[in-house]
Design a protein around this ligand. Structure first.
Ligand code: UD1
Length: 416
């Protein structure tokens, strides 16, 4: 199993290009199932999850060609309407094939995701939404089996804001008969990016980016070209890493308008931030100040940035309260950070982090994607060597992370 070895203490300095967003790329790849024509996607990140999704779509009969950062997907000959357990268990986003398959082919069999490291994460809202659109759904041998002659437009209210739930039902509604209203929908920028792509394919969608999305179904969609938006979580991760290390970095090919709460918290921690078009520059002088935060659906503070900010708080001046409201069990990095000397107490969904003057390198284990990123940040600031085990989690969602960090001056290497 591969590991990362980091010699802490170097400040991050220089420029780094931000990749296309994983959480936009995955649903948008599934949109290829909605048409028999070709979907051309630019700015695709080179990630393990993208490769898994490509494999899944290919198993279904989609033709996929990757040239550099451009992927073309052609769904003219889809003949297997199934997402097997092996795929869904490694990548929950595989459930995003459900809506498009039922909408275009009238049937789908998708494995239930089961438990995952950061909580139970059910898919009941995806299922209820499709039922409201007239699909007959049964759960057989751990699989969701959905059938519908043609989905019908419906008014669907989400009791909990769900990102992939919104995306699945938005895709399904593009080919339904009539109008679908998604209420209390997710407002995440990745939902908006998917809506842009679907509109380019001929879908009629309005209200994306607000909590009510209206979709008027069409008989069919056509091919299109779409450029995947920049990854806001990768952007935030590099900014926090630079702030924790006391460095000065510039992100290129990114967007500041979708990072408001993250940039605000970094400013509160003492960073100086300047935005110029698609570039964000951050400079940090001195020790960071602790920042309190509470995760919630967009536009509030993202749960996918909680662990990285915790790494920053471990070495900051003062104490911070960090509240996780989206996922239960998303504090698994805490035990590992304690091994580096961090002082963190947990009470329910709240972590109290008391900043220490320094961390000390140790061997730690990555438990999920964003927890892994937080351990990399902790390793960058710890004294001596930190070895991070199980880094396959990182490769799921960060493109060439050690190459990018090395380019910024970090002493980091992969041990095979
Ligand atoms: C997406 C992101 C993930 C991010 C999360 C929250 C992708 C591929 N993944 O995950 O990186 O951390 O949003 O911003 O975009 N829930 C239910 N029933 C459902 C669906 C969700 O109870 O049917 C609950 C979940 O358990 C969780 C909350 O709703 O507590 C939000 O989850 P959701 O937004 O669905 O997360 P994902 O879309 O899986």
């Amino acid at each position: 199993m591969q590991k990362l070895a980091i010699q802490g203490g170097n400040r991050l300095n220089g420029e780094v290009r931000i990749s296309g967003a994983k959480n936009a790329a995955l649903p948008i790849m599934c949109a290829a199932l909605l048409t028999a024509d070709e979907l051309r996607l630019d700015n695709m990140p080179d990630l393990h999850d993208v490769a898994t999704m490509r494999k899944l779509l290919e198993q279904m009969g989609v033709k996929a060609v990757l040239q550099g950062n451009q992927m073309t997907l052609h769904g003219a000959h889809v003949d297997k309407l199934e997402a097997p357990y092996d795929m869904v268990k490694t990548m929950r986003a595989a459930v995003l094939v459900l809506g498009p398959l039922v909408a275009r082919f009238g049937e789908a069999r998708v494995s239930l995701p089961g438990g995952c490291a950061i909580g139970s994460r059910p898919v009941d809202l995806h299922i209820k939404g499709l039922q409201a659109m007239g699909a007959e759904i049964s759960i057989e041998h751990g699989y969701i089996h959905a059938r519908a002659k043609r989905l019908k437009g419906a008014r669907i209210f989400f009791d909990i804001v769900s990102v992939t739930g919104t995306e699945n039902l938005m895709m399904a509604a593009t080919l339904a008969d009539g109008v679908t209203l998604l209420e209390n929908a997710a407002r995440e920028p990745e939902v908006v990016d998917l809506a842009h792509c679907l509109r380019a394919m001929g879908a009629k969608i309005s209200g994306d980016g607000t909590d009510t999305i209206t979709i008027t179904g069409a008989d069919k969609l056509h091919g299109a070209s779409h450029r995947i938006m920049p990854d806001r979580i990768e952007s935030g991760t590099f900014l926090v890493a630079a702030a924790a290390s006391g460095g000065s970095i510039t992100l290129t090919d990114t967007r500041a308008d979708i990072l408001d709460t993250v940039l605000e918290k970094l400013t509160e921690a003492g960073a100086q931030i300047r935005v110029e078009g698609d570039r964000i520059h951050l400079q940090m002088n001195g020790r960071p100040k602790s920042v309190n935060l509470r995760t919630a659906p967009y536009p509030a503070f993202p749960t996918d940035m909680q662990a990285q900010f915790m790494a920053l708080n471990t070495i900051a001046e003062g104490s911070a309260m960090m509240v996780e409201t989206i996922f239960e069990n998303r504090f698994m990095h805490v035990q590992e950070m304690r091994r580096l000397g961090a002082q963190i107490d947990i009470e329910g969904n709240t972590a109290l982090v008391r900043g220490v003057t320094h961390l000390e390198g140790a061997t730690v284990m990555a438990t999920d994607l964003r927890a892994s990123a937080s351990l990399v940040i902790a390793g960058l600031v710890a004294q001596g060597e930190t070895v991070i085990d199980r880094i396959y989690h990182l490769d799921r969602g960060y493109e060439h992370i050690e190459a990018k960090l090395s380019q910024l001056g970090a002493n980091i290497r992969r041990i095979k």
